[in-house]
Design a protein around this ligand. Structure first.
Ligand code: PHE
Length: 328
């Protein structure tokens, strides 16, 4: 009988080595440990043995049962592990596979223009001054030589927050703030929103974008101003662009000019400018006998229209992707 027990163990060891899935393991388990399996068969024979052999063989059979049980348990764990490994490797994310390209956003045409102009002026030694959209009446008008009853106020009617606080009608307020806070030489630009009460149409909007230029130093002349503006317009519209200078009027500059670009035989209004009015210099604490200044204000919305071929200003505010895509 002991031989038989040994044989069962040898057979079991051979067979278990070839088991590699759950189904085969079930079969193995039934064959050796099942109700009518080989272990059960040996147990039956045990009953017929003489009493003195029963103990020894009984012990051997217990050991066989333990061995078989362990084999099944170990194999089961081995199969589970193999299944898990297979799952892990089949579900692994391949990070080297190229992803679908994401659509890139672009800057809004006005922002792109603003950024380009800021770079242009920083490269020429100008400082960028940041100002708020909300200004006092003083900085927006009074200090720019536009007293309370001045008719020029009507041209720049705006949104009053209270009797002394407005949404700025132009970035020129930043000229005053700069001159108050530093002595010449001054070379600054400032850019941002400006607000005026205007009906929305193809060329008007109550919110628009401006860029302000201010230079104050000894010996600054109108020729310097025109040179700066000509170079700027050529930068914006191309080297061959010609400009036209017209006399104009602003309360804060004397003399005042407006500058047009000549494009396809047509004159396009580009900006207002002039020599800073001595009164404005004095009000900000700068000696107008020693220093002269020039200033200019540029509307960025119209310029963006020109550059990107937009014929209706409202298109710039509609977030139409096909327009945005033109910005490179
Ligand atoms: N602030 C003026 C405007 O908004 C433009 C301007 C700026 C004119 C600086 C002269 C000098 O119309």
């Amino acid at each position: 009988m002991e031989k038989q027990i040994e044989q069962v163990l040898i057979d079991a060891k051979n067979e278990i080595a070839g088991v590699s899935d759950k189904q085969a393991l079930m079969q193995f388990s039934t064959e050796f440990l099942g109700k009518n399996g080989r272990l059960a068969g040996l147990m039956k024979q045990l009953r017929d043995l003489p009493i003195e052999q029963k103990r020894v063989v009984g012990e051997k059979l217990n050991m066989l049962r333990d061995d078989l049980g362990r084999m099944v348990k170990d194999k089961d764990a081995e199969i589970e592990q193999a299944l898990l490994n297979a799952k892990l490797s089949s579900e692994r994310v391949d990070v080297t596979i190229p992803v679908k390209p994401l659509p890139y956003g672009t800057l809004h045409p006005i922002e792109a223009l603003k950024k380009d102009l800021i770079d242009y002026f920083l490269a020429r030694g100008y400082e960028l001054k940041d100002g708020g959209d909300i200004e006092t009446d003083y900085y927006c008008f009074e200090a720019l030589n536009v007293p309370k009853e001045h008719p020029a106020r009507e041209m720049q009617d705006t949104f009053y927050i209270d009797s002394d606080t407005v949404l700025r009608t132009h970035t020129s307020a930043m000229q005053v703030r700069t001159m108050e806070s530093q002595q010449p030489p001054i070379k600054m630009i400032s850019t941002g929103n400006a607000y005026r009460i205007d009906e929305v149409d193809a060329t008007h909007s109550p919110i628009f974008n401006q860029l302000e230029i201010l230079v104050v130093d000894k010996n600054v002349t109108m020729a310097d101003l025109i040179g700066v503006l000509e170079d700027l317009i050529k930068h914006l519209l191309g080297e061959k662009t010609e400009i036209r200078v017209r006399p104009s009027y602003f309360p804060f500059t004397e003399p005042s000019i407006e500058v047009d670009a000549v494009k396809d035989g047509e004159y396009i209004e580009m900006l207002g400018a002039g020599m800073v009015h001595p009164k404005v210099l004095e009000m900000s604490g700068i000696d107008s006998k020693v220093y002269k200044g020039f200033a200019a204000g540029l509307g960025l919305d119209r310029l963006a229209m020109l550059k990107y071929g937009v014929t209706d200003l409202r298109e710039l505010y509609e977030n139409d992707v096909s327009l945005l895509k033109q910005v490179k």
